[in-house]
Design a protein around this ligand. Structure first.
Ligand code: HEC
Length: 285
């Protein structure tokens, strides 16, 4: 058999396999029924892009903005902590945000944590200490669900890691509330159920969390920054990025060091290669 004929047969065989392969989804649907129809909420969902100017820690040279992290902590404390725990973060960790030891002691003491009465052994509450972790806002998951239209507010310690593009997502979620476009809603038969809130950046666009940042100036920042909704959302998203990965900036800096070291090692390897082969290669010409 000539090479040419062989080539044609092989080409046809591959084409046949590709055609059958492309028919496979059709065959699958024929056997198992069509794919489920898309929910009408898909008509409204918009992927959030995050704050207009990005975050200070974005990119390979990113750095924390400590003033921003402190503002974000303030937003968490004054707004989010009513419903969301931060159970993997201890008060002593706040020292990373640029607070002094005395300030951390005072911050810890401003929270109430569960304790035990040393005289009777009964459970009680006491002011927090730096070694304590952030307290849970609800005694248990049932109480949390009962207070929130049957939805349990998730722990926020790792939320920016638990969601795709988490820092931008948290910002977008907090700024994504509003009304569904009525014309579009009528067309696809969409309604936000009672007790839920329309949010175009929440995957199914109906979220059980009432808009937590509802008015400009809701928090009075200690450093005097104007607390617009986007500002509070950016700051708390930055703070939650820190809680999820306190070593983010160190990680990026270590990366540069490693690249530098590898470049240096490459130069050394090249020079030693030259050295070893210098006497062994035959001279040209
Ligand atoms: C009144 C209670 C309440 C407050 C205050 C609150 N939340 Fe929530 N939050 C909820 C509930 C309930 C859910 C679960 C919503 C759901 O699953 O529909 C939720 C969910 C979330 C989620 C997860 C969304 C997802 O993708 O699953 C994030 C992130 C979040 N909240 C951030 C915040 C931040 C940041 C603040 C403070 C600015 C805050 N929340 C304040 C009740 C609250």
């Amino acid at each position: 058999m000539s090479i040419r004929l062989g080539g044609i047969i092989a080409g046809l065989a591959i084409t046949l396999v590709l055609v059958l392969w492309s028919l496979a989804p059709g065959a699958y649907n024929f056997a198992f029924g069509p794919a489920p129809e898309k929910q009408p909420s898909y008509a409204f969902y918009e992927h959030g892009e995050g704050p207009a100017n990005g975050f200070s820690f974005d990119g390979a040279f990113g750095k924390w903005d400590y003033a921003q992290l402190q503002r974000g902590y303030q937003v968490y404390k004054e707004v989010c902590s009513a419903c969301h725990s931060l159970k993997f973060v201890a008060f002593r960790n706040l020292q990373d945000l640029g607070y002094t030891e005395a300030e951390v002691d005072a911050e810890a003491a401003s929270w109430t944590v569960p304790g035990i009465d040393p005289a009777t052994g009964e459970t009680t509450t006491r002011p927090g200490q730096p070694t304590d972790y952030f307290p849970m806002p609800f005694p248990n998951a049932i109480a949390a669900a009962a207070a929130n239209n049957n939805a349990i507010p998730p722990d926020l310690s790792l939320i920016t890691k638990a969601r795709h593009d988490g820092s931008n997502y948290v910002y977008s979620l907090l700024t994504g509330y509003g009304e569904a476009d009525p014309a579009k809603a009528a067309k696809v038969g969409f309604e936000t159920p009672d007790g839920l809130y329309f949010n175009k950046h929440f995957p199914n666009v109906n979220i059980a969390m009432a808009p937590p940042l509802a008015v400009d100036g809701q928090v009075t920042f200690a450093d005097g920054t104007a607390s617009t909704i986007p500002q509070m959302a950016t700051d708390v998203a930055a703070f939650l990025t820190w809680t999820a990965e306190p070593s983010l900036v160190e990680r990026k800096q270590t990366g540069w060091f490693v690249i530098g070291f590898l470049l240096f090692a490459t130069v050394l390897a090249f020079l030693s290669y030259k050295q070893i082969w210098a006497g062994l290669k035959p001279k040209k010409g």
